[in-house]
Design a protein around this ligand. Structure first.
Ligand code: NAD
Length: 482
């Protein structure tokens, strides 16, 4: 099998690092482990240094180019992604295990993000203000940060790369992308699309490789680092970034609560829980993992959710009729299975699913798991599981439900299902999370508004929408005497 190259300074290269223990990694389809998407060269510290140097070399000219040139690149990229959404969406499904609809939807999301930042590239600017002193004007302007390192996870392999690359390039930065080891194929395809649509050499580079090797090397020599992934990795990276005075943005895990109050529309609440907890095999940072349900509706809600769960079809991502694909790999499947044992050991009751299943092709399949009779201090309610796994916590009333929702070290997304305007408003104002959803699943976001969390979920400025400029630009304040 051919070795799939990295992309450094406008050249596709299979060079690997002599020091790197792993020279190549096969990207395996989690719905069919006999299907290998490709064998990818694994860069190490040397490739990373080359990529950072290429970006450093290319950035001044890119930062000085007209905003129209940058906008055109992003616009054309958006158009190609939309035109090829089925083909690239199928690759997303093959490599990340998402259903066909999810894969195509994600490619369309990436296209919309490039489209949005094609506009931002020409729209962003500064302010003119009067000085508080006589005969002086004040003008603020935004400048590129320089070279940005981008480290991404596997669960949204094209959308997350897009929501980092598009603003980085729109605002005149050069970038080095280190995607997840699990999804090198999708990342390579995205770089090829950018290249075809006019990306100058070195402005965006791609180095596939192991996190602790290639990822860890993407701190030295960059001006800013944007990371999405687990809390453990984010914390490590933050320390080295801050030690090197590198501007850093981290988007990490969640343990997102969905409150269901007595007055909720039951079918709506069940759909919100089912979608939020289990779609994309629960592998979303915004997944509803804690379902906090008040006394009066608890038993009816659990019964209705169990019934809906039984109707859900788990299967190969690209098979017709599949609602939930496999989890990403054997390690993740084993980890979710371990949490099933942890839950049982803690005295929670597994009332639905949780078992591994076999399908027509060999893959990492399990039925979505639902635990009831759980307490918020159990490990299954404190630690991110990142799989098709949810718990129900019984609450006396709204006040207790809100206190339970906030009693977590995470703060990414939180939802409430209720007919009460008073409770919905109070929740929106008092839940400690970056995203608050009313009568909607905790997952499912727009591309033009800020995204991010509080507490242990996020660090640094928000991603996406116009707020992305706060990370990808530096503000200069000029005082002009006249
Ligand atoms: P991960 O932390 O294992 O890996 C993320 C990236 O970091 C990968 O590219 C990996 O190679 C790299 N990496 C690993 N170790 C590294 C190191 N020592 N130094 C530098 N880079 C390193 O996470 P994952 O398993 O790929 O993704 C799942 C996690 O991502 C979950 O915790 C999920 O909640 C989180 N996530 C968060 C968001 C968000 O926006 N908040 C979105 C999606 C996923």
């Amino acid at each position: 099998m051919n070795l799939e190259p990295n992309f450094i300074g406008g050249e596709w290269t299979t060079a690997t690092d002599a020091d790197s223990a792993t020279r190549a990694v096969d990207s395996i389809n989690p719905s069919d482990t006999r299907d290998c998407i490709g064998r990818y060269a694994q860069g190490g510290a040397a490739q990373m240094r080359d990529a950072i140097a290429a970006a450093r070399h290319a950035q001044p000219a890119w930062g000085a180019t007209t905003t129209q040139v940058r906008s055109d690149l992003l616009q054309k990229t958006a158009i190609e992604l939309a035109a090829r959404k089925e083909e690239i969406g199928t690759l997303v499904s093959r490599e990340a295990g998402k259903t066909r609809a999810e894969g195509i939807g994600e490619v369309m999301r990436a296209s919309q993000i490039f489209q949005f930042f094609a506009g931002e590239a020409v729209r962003y600017g500064g302010e003119n203000l009067p000085s508080v002193r006589p005969n002086i004007g004040v003008q603020t302007s935004r400048e590129p940060v320089g070279v940005v390192g981008l480290i991404t996870p596997w669960n949204f392999p094209i959308a997350i790369a897009a929501w980092k690359l598009a603003p980085a390039l729109a605002f005149g930065n050069a970038a080095v992308l280190k995607p997840s080891e699990e999804t090198p194929g999708v990342a390579s395809e995205l770089l090829r699309v950018l290249q075809r649509n006019g990306l100058p050499p070195g402005v965006a580079n791609l180095v596939n490789g192991q996190g602790p090797v290639a990822g860890a090397a993407l701190v030295d020599g960059v001006d800013a680092l944007s990371f999405t992934g687990s809390v453990a990795t984010g914390r490590k990276l933050a320390q080295s970034a801050i030690a090197g005075m590198v501007r850093v943005q981290l988007e990490m895990g969640g343990k997102n609560p969905l409150l269901v109050l007595d007055d909720a529309d039951l079918p709506l609440a069940v759909e919100c829980a089912l979608n939020g907890a289990f779609f994309s095999a629960g592998q979303r940072c915004t997944a509803s993992s804690r379902l906090i349900v008040t006394e009066g509706i608890h038993d009816r809600f659990v019964a209705a959710l169990r019934q809906r769960m039984r109707a859900v079809k788990v299967g190969p991502a690209l098979a017709a009729g599949t609602d939930i694909g496999p989890v990403i790999n054997q390690r993740q499947l084993d980890m979710v299975q371990r949490y099933i044992e942890v839950g049982r050991g803690e005295g929670a009751e597994l009332v639905e699913g949780g078992d591994r299943i076999t399908c027509e092709t060999p893959g990492f399949y399990m039925r979505p798991a639902l635990f009831v009779d759980t307490r918020n201090d159990m490990r299954i309610n404190r630690e991110e599981v990142f799989g098709p796994f949810a718990t129900v916590i019984r609450a006396r009333d709204y006040d207790e439900a809100l206190a339970l929702a906030n009693d977590t070290e995470f703060g990414l997304s939180a939802g409430i299902c209720t007919a009460s305007h008073k409770h919905a408003t109070h929740f929106r104002l008092n839940v400690r999370s970056g995203l608050a959803m009313v009568n909607l699943p905790t997952a499912g976001l727009d591309y033009h508004v800020p995204f991010g969390g509080t507490k242990g979920s996020s660090f640094g400025p928000r991603e996406q929408g116009s707020y992305a400029a706060d990370f990808y630009t530096l503000t200069k304040t000029a005082y002009i005497g006249h």
